[in-house]
Design a protein around this ligand. Structure first.
Ligand SMILES: *[C@@H]1O[C@H](CO)[C@@H](O)[C@H](O)[C@H]1NC(C)=O
Length: 326
């Protein structure tokens, strides 16, 4: 049967619209156990008053805090050593604090970036622990901050947050979002301190629940028009999200779906970081520690210093972190 020509014309119009609106994502970097030393540096600076001693690369490798575990990249904390909590951390001129690591990409990323992080295990949600998989620009909050996986203490869910200078008050994208909003309307209110947050209400998206689900994947898409974050438990991500040709336009509603800002003007030149902190500005803040479920543990710093066994599960086990650009 002959296909009426108007069908072909219609098909051509539809097809060209689709190919115009969807630009391909191109794989730039794959961070894993084989490549991390070329793509990332080990940073010893603690910038959030955390009770931590971030080791240098040589020390972290020698002490086993960075290691190859069955072909995966394991980033650990010291869960063996009792620490004298009266000794200041390196940020305060001493050799104290619980040992941990902080890895940061050499490259800085801009709008037009898609990051897909595949983890077998993330640090558990226990008192004093403050892990994060995040991006931050050189000048805070002017260059912004995007927290893909972050939370403190015994929080039951991941809090995805964007922090910026004032003037970005994003709405919800048309596909909707599965998470629950928290924090501020303007991500720069109060100088970006609280930011715009979205809780991933799935227990499998955070801490012990994430690990019980066998791990999982977080993807963050950042363009001029939107910042979106998706989460899948292990083995349930779309096949193209595991390939070199991801197609986020078919992934369905994200957990967090921000639109309505010119995001390139609020977020830029950002390094991608994976770290595990203890206590510090968020976890040990009076309003968080003293009024929350960890209040009975005494001071955060003492708790973390004196209870190494509590932190056996405070490690990242990374399959890969892929960075795509448009
Ligand atoms: C974002 O907008 C800027 C102009 O503000 C433009 O130069 C850049 O190419 C755009 N980026 C993308 C990924 O479209």
């Amino acid at each position: 049967m002959a296909i009426p020509s108007y069908f072909l014309i219609l098909a051509t119009i539809l097809f060209s619209n689709v190919s115009l609106s969807v630009r391909a994502w191109v794989l730039q970097d794959t961070i894993d156990v084989n490549t991390w030393q070329q793509l990332m540096r080990v940073d010893t600076h603690a910038t959030n008053s955390e009770y931590v001693n971030y080791l240098s690369k040589d020390d972290a490798l020698a002490q086993g805090l960075i290691k190859n575990q069955n072909g995966k990249l394991r980033l650990d904390v010291d869960s063996n050593t009792w620490v004298d909590s009266s000794i200041p951390t390196p940020a305060n001129g001493g050799p104290g604090g619980r040992k941990s690591v902080r890895l940061q990409t050499n490259k800085q990323y801009n709008a037009g970036t898609l990051i897909i992080g595949d983890f077998d295990h993330i640090p558990v949600n226990k008192c004093g622990v403050w892990p994060s998989f995040w991006l931050v620009g050189p000048t805070w909050p002017i260059d912004g901050e995007i927290d893909i996986i972050e939370g403190v203490n015994e929080m039951p869910q991941n809090q995805i947050t964007i922090h910026s200078k004032p003037g970005c008050a994003p709405a919800k994208g048309p596909e909707g979002e599965t998470g629950a909003r928290t924090g501020r309307n303007d991500c720069g209110e109060n100088n970006g301190d609280i930011g715009c947050g979205v809780f991933n209400t799935s227990p499998a998206g955070w801490g012990a629940g994430f690990n019980q689900a066998g791990g999982g994947v977080y993807a963050m898409l950042w363009t001029n028009d939107t910042i979106k974050v998706w989460h899948w438990t292990a083995g349930t991500s779309p096949l193209n999200a595991r390939s070199a040709q991801p197609r986020p336009e078919g992934w369905g509603p994200p957990v967090a779906n921000w639109v309505g800002c010119q995001f390139q003007n609020f977020f830029g030149k950002m390094n991608l970081i994976v770290n595990t902190a203890f206590c510090g500005n968020w976890a040990a803040a009076d309003a968080v520690w003293k009024t929350g479920s960890c209040a009975s543990k005494g001071q955060c710093q003492d708790w973390v210093a004196w209870n190494p066994n509590e932190f056996k599960e405070a490690y990242w086990l990374i399959n890969s972190i892929k960075v795509f650009s448009q």
